[in-house]
Design a protein around this ligand. Structure first.
Ligand code: SF4
Length: 227
């Protein structure tokens, strides 16, 4: 595990919970709108020791509701399931993932209380919005695993201004029947991996509300976040 950082207190990484957030290093996607790009493209030589991180979480245990593991993309690290297993002995664990590694996800699921999987775009635009050639078979496999085996979960899409209403409707039909779908407002506050994306204006809030209303019947619930 390459762990780049630990934030002892976060209110934004697991809806409704106070968590400690663990940031893993590296990602196999290059989403042009990525705002965690320091963990994706900037070289880093010093990492936290996983044993030390576990000890720190143990110290924080009584103050937090759980831990969120995010990145980067946590599932590129083969020892992730073991790390999650150890963490789950201390507190509840949520995993953020882009869904490209269903095997690692499968091994992690028994120890996870919550999974949030990014859905970058409808299938025909996936590679465009993730900046790499994506194996859609693996994405489909992760979606199916989460729908059928996760204790609790959400699928979520960042409302990149390049995505239009038809794209959201296509995503909704694709994921139809899922428990929870979250549309996250686009933000350039921390910069973006592709500097050109810093100049894009987010979709207006009423437009996102309208989309959410239109596609809500596909899901147990449809939520707007980061507005
Ligand atoms: S937004 Fe894309 S590039 Fe950035 S960490 Fe997530 S999957 Fe990787």
């Amino acid at each position: 595990m390459l762990i780049a950082g630990l934030l002892p207190e976060s209110f934004v990484d697991w809806r409704g919970k106070l968590v400690a957030t663990i940031f893993t290093y590296g990602c196999n996607m290059r989403c042009p709108f990525c705002h965690n790009y320091a963990l994706v493209i900037q070289r880093q030589d010093r990492f936290l020791n996983p044993e030390d991180v576990l000890r720190r979480i143990e110290e924080l245990r009584e103050w937090i509701d759980g831990v969120c593991i995010t990145g980067g993309e946590p599932t590129i690290h083969p020892d992730l399931p073991l790390f999650i297993r150890e963490l789950s002995k201390i507190t509840k664990v949520k995993l953020d993932t882009n869904g490209t590694n269903p095997d690692i996800l499968r091994d992690s699921l028994p120890y996870l209380s919550y999974v949030a999987m990014d859905i970058k775009a409808p299938p025909h635009r996936y590679s465009e919005l993730s900046g790499v050639q994506v194996n859609m078979r693996k994405i489909e496999e992760s979606i199916s695993l989460i729908r059928n085996k996760a204790r609790d979960y959400e699928f979520r899409t960042t409302a990149v201004p390049l995505l239009n209403q038809e794209d959201f409707e296509e995503i909704a039909s694709w994921l139809s029947g899922a428990k929870r779908y979250v549309i996250q407002q686009y933000s350039t506050q921390n910069g973006t991996l592709n500097p050109e994306f810093r100049n894009l204006s987010p979709h207006p809030e009423p437009f996102l509300r309208e989309i959410c209303k239109k596609i809500a019947h596909h899901f147990g619930e449809c939520i707007l976040a980061n507005l």
